[in-house]
Design a protein around this ligand. Structure first.
Ligand code: FAQ
Length: 316
């Protein structure tokens, strides 16, 4: 038996025993690469995800709403930073990760390529998008790679606040004037299906799921998480008095789950491939942010170099 095969078997045995893998432990190259891909895409989603909501900070309808939204968008920046740090433990630099995003090599969540057209969209994002993110991320607190799992614990706590602030916005609108209720319904109509797409392709069309489940990177499959989200969210829509835009959505007593209609997978893949309503705008905004921040990075490097030279001459 070759040394590599033996190491892989030992690695799988550690995973099967529920052990956490840490940065300096031996790991198969594909495990490392899968993590760089998933964690960095997750980080990019957090950072790009600030854009649709950032669009409404200056137009929030009250000081309380503005403070809440500002805090939420700042939290997303923090999530991006923890996740970039977790990805860096796998031997890739933050700079390389950013270039991958801007050149289209790395993906980010499809959901952030949809525009935010009204204030109600901020409610719908908190309720549905953060709601979907929590379902996925609670699972990831138990993922097999230590730094990723630990980053998720705090992120989940913050996402839970985000989900509540979103639901509270929706509740205010849904119980408000007929025009406000209409705005809330319109936001639900536009964000419902893209939120379901966040969980990724159907299991039989998901090339990464089987191996990721084996390595306990994913503890549940895309379809399992999507079903869990629908089962939790449908009664919340009822409570709001809003209608989920799916005529096939119906409680199935036998299955103990909601049945639901077919997702438009063509739309999903178009958005993933860069042809969604806001893909170009999002990448342009991130490219501009990188260019605008170039002087800060340069100054920090110069300062670090100067400090190192000073310390060196002190040591002599
Ligand atoms: N969008 O084989 P699978 C947030 C890609 S939460 C774009 O199933 P996997 C919080 C996938 O990368 C949102 N691409 O892949 C927030 C793969 O392509 P690749 C972020 C998608 O990795 C809220 C290909 O399709 N959350 O940001 C999508 O096993 C509000 C085949 O798919 C995470 O990233 C999609 N929706 O499963 C922030 C959670 N779905 O890379 C601001 C961590 C799939 O091979 C405001 N990630 N693809 O070229 C995961 O759990 C997994 O990566 C999945 C996909 C479930 C997303």
């Amino acid at each position: 038996m070759s040394k590599e095969v033996n190491l892989e078997e030992q690695f799988q045995a550690r995973i099967d025993a529920g052990e956490r893998i840490e940065p300096k432990d031996w790991m198969p190259e594909k495990y490392r690469k899968t993590h760089i891909r998933q964690i960095s895409q997750h980080a990019h989603s957090e950072i790009v995800g600030m854009l649709p909501e950032g669009n409404w900070i200056t137009r929030a309808p009250s000081l309380r709403r503005k403070v809440g939204l500002l805090a939420k968008v700042q939290d997303e920046a923090g999530h991006g930073l923890y996740l970039y740090s977790a990805a860096e433990t796998l031997g890739i630099s933050r700079d390389e990760l950013e270039v991958q995003l801007l050149t289209g090599k790395a993906k980010y969540s499809s959901i952030f390529n949809y525009p935010t057209l009204s204030w109600a969209d901020i409610g719908a994002i908190g309720w549905l998008v953060d709601g979907a993110a929590i379902i996925n991320q609670v699972m990831l607190t138990r993922t097999s790679y230590g730094p990723y799992a630990r980053a998720m614990v705090r992120i989940c706590k913050e996402e839970s606040f985000h989900q509540r602030q979103g639901y509270e916005i929706m509740l205010g609108l849904a119980k408000g004037t007929p025009e406000q209720k209409e705005m809330a319904q319109d936001a639900l109509n536009r964000f419902w299906w893209p939120s379901l797409m966040m969980f990724g392709p159907r299991d039989h069309e998901s090339p990464n799921t089987a191996q990721s489940v084996r390595w306990k990177i994913k503890r549940k499959t895309n379809d399992e998480l999507r079903q869990q989200f629908i089962d939790i969210t449908a009664p919340q829509a009822d409570y709001l008095g809003l209608t989920i835009p799916d005529p096939d959505l119906k409680w199935n007593e036998e299955r103990g789950h909601y049945d639901f209609g077919e997702i438009n997978w063509d739309e999903f893949w178009q958005v993933v491939k860069g042809n969604g309503p806001c893909n170009r705008e999002r990448i342009e905004a991130r490219t501009k942010a990188r260019e605008d921040g170039a002087w800060v990075r340069e100054a920090a490097l110069q300062y670090a170099a100067k400090k190192a030279t000073r310390n060196q001459s002190k040591a002599v």
